[in-house]
Design a protein around this ligand. Structure first.
Ligand SMILES: NC(=O)c1ccc[n+]([C@@H]2O[C@H](COP(=O)([O-])OP(=O)(O)OC[C@H]3O[C@@H](n4cnc5c(N)ncnc54)[C@H](OP(=O)(O)O)[C@@H]3O)[C@@H](O)[C@H]2O)c1
Length: 248
């Protein structure tokens, strides 16, 4: 499949490597130009291009940029082929993105993104930490493989998103329409807690809309305190452990 990836940070770089390895023809871009994209990102396949090229001749575009930047890319997304599927990995953190006044607390993030971009999105890969995504992928059928939710309004778009998630070494769980995707936002039990296919449905069902934002902000405060001392090595799974404790 011809796939464009916009954003080559923590998540976009791993997406590029995994989707290329899975056999997709991938183009990747950031805001600063292809010469700024590290060679290792495309070492296993994929082509670094200018942002204006990443939307041409693709069947899917994955947007993996800070949510605060989403409104900026509307002109690019307007040039996507009509039938292309748009996927988005973003999450909203008011501590970091507080100057977005258009996104009110309680507003479903993916619906806001779709409104900004003027077309439906598939919400995927938002609920896995970049460290887990980079290191914990596994072949389909591997016991304990990490699973993540995928939400979209059109069945066909959701199915495509789930297939691509599976191509990146994760199990995909159908999380229903975008209106329900608050269940996979920061602070929810499924959010960045490295659950399995068996565990994800229960975690989605257990989400409480009013609790997730409070727990998200609590986690930011706890992490700022606990990670404040750079001489203390908390280990690779520390964030997942904190999330499991605070979001369950
Ligand atoms: N980090 C995580 O653990 C994690 C987990 C799940 C989901 N997410 C979400 O996934 C998204 C990406 O996260 P990340 O950690 O990968 O971010 P990141 O490391 O900060 O990378 C962001 C990327 O977006 C690009 N970008 C920003 N504005 C752009 C624009 N207007 N046009 C084109 N490219 C633009 C940046 O390129 P330039 O530097 O050239 O601007 C950069 O390559 C965020 O929404 C985040 O909330 C993150």
């Amino acid at each position: 499949m011809q796939i464009g990836i916009l954003g080559v940070g923590n998540i976009g770089a791993t997406l590029t490597q995994r989707l290329s390895t899975a056999g997709h023809e991938v183009k990747v871009a950031n805001s600063r130009g292809p010469e700024t994209i590290p060679a290792e990102v495309t070492a296993s396949g994929g082509r670094a291009v200018h942002a204006h090229d990443v939307v041409t001749d693709v069947e899917a575009l994955v947007v993996s940029i800070p949510l605060v930047r989403v409104p900026d890319i509307r002109p690019l997304v307007d040039r996507l082929p009509a039938g292309a599927v748009l996927l988005d990995t973003s999450n909203y953190y008011p501590f970091r993105d507080g100057h977005i006044t258009a996104l009110d607390e309680g507003q479903v993030e993916s619906l806001w993104v779709a409104e900004q971009l003027g077309r439906p999105v598939v919400k995927a890969w938002n609920a896995i930490l970049s460290g887990s995504f980079a290191t914990k992928h596994a072949a389909a059928g591997t016991p304990g493989r990490i699973a993540i939710p995928v939400a979209a309004d059109a069945e066909a778009d959701r199915a495509l998103g789930m297939a691509l998630v599976e191509d990146t070494g994760l199990d995909a769980v159908d999380a229903g329409p975008l209106a329900d995707s608050w269940r996979q936002q920061p602070g929810a039990p499924v959010y960045c807690t490295d659950l399995t296919r068996e565990e994800v449905p229960g975690a989605l069902a257990a989400a409480v809309a009013t609790r997730s934002p409070r727990r998200r902000d609590l986690a930011m405060t706890v992490l700022a305190e606990l990670l404040g001392d750079p001489t203390v090595d908390r280990g690779p799974d520390f964030l997942v452990q904190v999330n499991r404790l605070l979001y369950s």
